[in-house]
Design a protein around this ligand. Structure first.
Ligand code: COA
Length: 288
């Protein structure tokens, strides 16, 4: 079910037709966070392409998003693998053929699982770096002609867990650090073309897989967040609207952290050192 609806538009600070005539291309658009980012943009007038690997999930998300606003055009680019630049290029071509243009890109496709170093194979590390970092690169690469033509804007969905060491997340932290570096370099290199590039770094967001996997004790975790609550997918959507809007026309090369100041408190794993890491890393027979 859609998280946002017309009542959000009526109560929000944004103009209802803010993104009229614009098209957003969203990798991972059927996922928990990126779908709500897209809901906000569609409700505010944008058309959208939902890009994902899973046919059923991607088709269902696109169909649901299309219902949010009369006249909204939302297409599904299912069976797309961001790790293959030709695959993402085919999704871009389909979007331009059916929706006419691409103005905004959300690079949100990501992979994650918890693994201690001892059990994280080289291929497992590569698999997450390929999805998160190479996939983000491929997405911008395939959208570049459209971004250049329309003086577009990019948002990468990053994280905060590489600001310090987070156990069991070596692969993800390394990939997201790369995503931040990619975004900054693109902002500098593509700025003269009128293309903006920013990251959003969500903290612990309620009802996401990531949070349930990473945080064993939710109450202790929330108590250590300065704003004393979990983030919501709506919080990330609001930041997305801002960064794509003209209000942010001079904002590029930044990381917009949306986490209630949680990372300052080092809250990613709650407040206890997970002893199982020591135990699992001590087991003989490292998985290569
Ligand atoms: N712990 C340790 N290693 C793992 C693992 C886990 N939980 N899950 C996968 N791997 C390893 C595999 O064993 C494999 O390594 P190997 O060849 O050395 O055995 C490697 O990662 C690739 O696995 P595979 O399943 O073939 O990768 P994939 O490219 O099809 O999918 C993910 C990768 C990350 C998408 C997949 O692991 C996944 O579905 N994760 C959970 C869902 C998810 O990530 N959602 C997004 C939330 S942000």
């Amino acid at each position: 079910m859609a998280r946002l609806g017309q009542s959000w538009v009526e109560q929000s600070v944004w103009k209802p037709d803010l993104f009229k005539g614009k098209v957003v291309f969203v990798t991972g658009g059927a996922g928990t966070i990126c779908k709500v980012q897209t809901e906000a943009l569609v409700l505010l007038g944008a058309d959208a392409a939902i890009v994902g690997r899973n046919q059923e999930k991607t088709d269902a998300a696109a169909a649901e998003l299309a219902q949010l606003r009369p006249g909204a055009r939302v297409i599904s680019c299912a069976n797309t693998d961001v790790r293959k630049v030709e695959s993402i290029k085919a999704a871009v071509d389909k979007t331009v053929a059916q929706l006419g243009r691409i103005d905004f890109v959300i690079a949100g496709a990501a992979g994650n699982f918890l693994s201690d170093f001892n059990h994280l194979s080289s291929n497992a590390f590569k698999s997450v770096v390929d999805i998160d970092l190479l996939g983000s690169y491929n997405t911008v690469k395939a959208c570049f002609d459209q971004l250049r033509k329309n003086k577009g804007a990019i948002i990468f969905v990053s994280a905060t867990l590489h600001y310090y060491g987070v156990p069991f997340q070596i692969h993800v932290g390394a990939a997201k650090a790369g995503v931040d570096a990619l975004s900054q370099a693109l902002a500098v290199e593509l700025g003269p073309l009128g293309i903006r590039s920013n990251c959003i770094a969500p903290g612990g967001i309620a009802e996401t897989e990531g949070l349930s996997r990473l945080v064993p004790d939710l109450d202790a975790y929330i108590a250590r967040i300065p704003l004393q609550r979990l983030g919501s997918t709506q919080d990330i959507a609001e930041a997305t609207v801002y960064l794509f809007s003209d209000a942010a026309s001079y904002v590029t090369g930044t990381v917009q952290v949306v986490d209630g100041a949680a990372w300052h408190m080092g809250t990613s794993m709650g407040n206890t050192y997970p002893v199982q890491i020591i135990n699992r890393n001590s087991e003989p027979g490292t998985k290569l």
